[in-house]
Design a protein around this ligand. Structure first.
Ligand code: BES
Ligand code: MN
Ligand code: ZN
Length: 507
């Protein structure tokens, strides 16, 4: 039985454990470890015990030496396989030093790097799993991720990623469990990536909600969807206000995973702006196309709820996902309009481009009605996140203890979330001339922090809260690296899954 035949697998290559090379393996992927300290020493091979005889290992090492291989992270070399091996070629990927390898993400990145270079390879066998099965599987799966729904030449086999990865490692119960877990996690990341990569022409609020319903119910979640009429009737003024400029009306999706054993409850909230033009406070044209990713938080939350069900995480998870398109039009909200958020707080909309916090505020108030122990919201919320932390490091804000816990977990799984403060003096800058709150300050300092200060007004006291700003990390507009290609990254799906598992374990 294939180890990854969990019932509702969506996509991706087959990944299995293996104990030896086989005749129809096309490529052997090995790790190359860089020397710690002295740069005189040659890199060493990361291979499982007894896989290669001394002579074969020596042939590979001298071949790599001739190519100038160092084992540095990100480095990749290809060479013909020695005759003693059944495979055609060898791909050696740098994993960094033994010290770098202490962080499992080094292995994940190396596997991803390899998978991105293996188009057309067919069947791949690898020793990276000798170091750890889970990270190797996640790296290969995510590195092999492609989004070609809108390409007409899909069938061009040379551009296709490998169909099968065989991970050399003992077929123990532990290794199988680790592999199954890794594949569900990686596939959930791919679910989020697909949603983010689907263009705004094809993914608008009603369509996003429908996909969440189909994916969610297949995974065993309970799904509830509010349409624009219900949203208006129930007083979701933030979602309605942001959505009213678009011909494609807003939605609120709720996905519920009920734990059998535990009474712990975690609420998830994700920003689902299917396209953000800025509204009447229109964005400049340069780079506006990247605002297709402004539903990255929502995609991650939908994918995480699905993962919670597939992994049967022992904690109740309730996702509340607002979806709207922020467009300028004759029906759009104006700068200076006042809206009433779900729950009654009034907000003066000074800038229609600060729309994420308006839809999130409604969703946060709704999520708190379920009396969760913890609430994680995630959003492509502010350009200021990238000014502060760059494009790959999510900002984590919220209540002190839970914020630090989420950031530490995020770092441990390789998504690098970093804790940021909520300076109380910023609160006064959100005072409005006419309403309870303004949606922006009148200055640009600490933009990520003031957005979170706005959200804080809606989180009920006593709930452990973390807000994860992924404006940069959710969407890679730069070069591919490690297991991250261009476009949707799926960040912070793995952080949220790991937090749910941590709460299931420790409360
Ligand atoms: N979706 C944007 C934030 C964003 C910017 C995400 C770049 C990804 C890349 C958000 O809705 C926005 O426009 N924020 C404004 C807030 C400002 C008006 C206070 C921003 O960051 O400029
Ligand atoms: Mn905006
Ligand atoms: Zn936005």
């Amino acid at each position: 039985m294939s180890s990854n035949d969990f019932s509702d697998r969506v996509r991706g290559p087959r990944i299995d454990l293996a104990t030896a090379l086989a005749k129809d393996d096309d490529v052997l992927v090995i790790g190359l470890i860089a020397p710690d300290g002295s740069d005189e020493a040659p890199p060493t091979l990361l291979v499982g015990e007894d896989l290669l005889d001394d002579q074969t290992a020596e042939q590979i090492t001298s071949g790599l030496d001739a190519l100038g291989a160092t084992g540095r992270s990100g480095e990749v070399h290809t060479l013909p396989a020695p005759d003693s091996l059944p495979v055609k070629r060898i791909l050696a990927v740098g994993v960094g030093t033994e010290t770098d390898l202490q962080d499992a993400d080094a292995l994940r990145r190396a596997a991803g790097e390899a998978a991105r270079r293996l188009d057309g390879a067919g069947r791949v066998v690898s020793t990276l799993s000798a170091a750890a099965v889970g990270p190797a599987a996640e790296g290969f799966y995510l590195g092999a991720y492609r989004f070609d729904e809108f390409r007409s030449d899909k069938s061009r086999s040379a551009k296709r990623p490998p169909e099968e990865f065989r991970l050399l490692a003992p077929k123990s119960k532990e290794n199988r469990a680790e592999l199954d877990h890794a594949l569900i996690v990686a596939d959930s990341v791919a679910v989020a990536r697909d949603l983010v990569n689907t263009p705004p022409s094809h993914l608008y609020p009603a369509e996003f909600a429908e996909r969440a319903r189909v994916l969610g119910s297949k995974a065993g979640l309970r799904v509830e969807i509010l349409d624009e009429k219900e949203l208006a009737k129930d007083g979701y003024g933030g979602i309605v206000g942001v959505g009213q400029g678009s011909s494609r009306p807003p939605r609120l999706v709720r996905l519920i995973h009920e734990s059998k054993g535990s009474d712990r409850k975690v609420a998830l909230v994700g920003k689902g702006i299917t396209f953000d033009t800025g509204g009447i406070s229109l964005k400049p044209p340069a780079g506006m196309e990247n605002m297709t990713s402004d539903m990255g938080g929502a995609a991650a939350v939908v994918a995480t709820a699905i993962a919670a069900s597939r992994l049967d995480v022992d904690v109740t998870v309730i996702a509340t996902v607002p979806m709207a398109e922020n467009m300028p039009s004759g029906t759009a909200q104006r700068p200076g309009d006042v809206l009433t958020q779900y729950g009654g707080t009034t907000v003066e909309v000074l800038n229609t481009d600060a729309e994420g916090r308006l839809v999130l505020a409604d969703a946060i108030v709704r999520a708190c009605e379920d009396e969760p122990d913890y609430l994680i919201d995630t959003a492509t919320l502010t350009g200021a996140q990238m000014v502060a932390l760059g494009t790959r490091t999510p900002g984590v804000l919220g209540t002190d203890e839970f914020r630090d816990r989420v950031a530490a977990i995020s770092q441990s799984i390789g998504e690098h979330g970093w804790p940021m403060p909520l300076p109380t003096e910023l609160r006064a800058d959100l005072d409005s001339r006419v309403a309870d709150l303004a949606n922006v300050t009148n200055h640009r300092w600490g933009g990520m922090l003031s957005a979170a200060m706005f959200l804080r007004e809606f989180v009920v006291d006593g709930i452990g809260w973390a807000h994860v700003d992924v404006a940069g990390p959710a969407f890679n507009t730069g070069s591919p690296w490690g297991y991250t290609g261009k476009g949707g990254t799926g960040v912070p799906v793995r952080t949220m899954i790991a937090v749910l598992e941590d709460v299931a374990k420790d409360g």
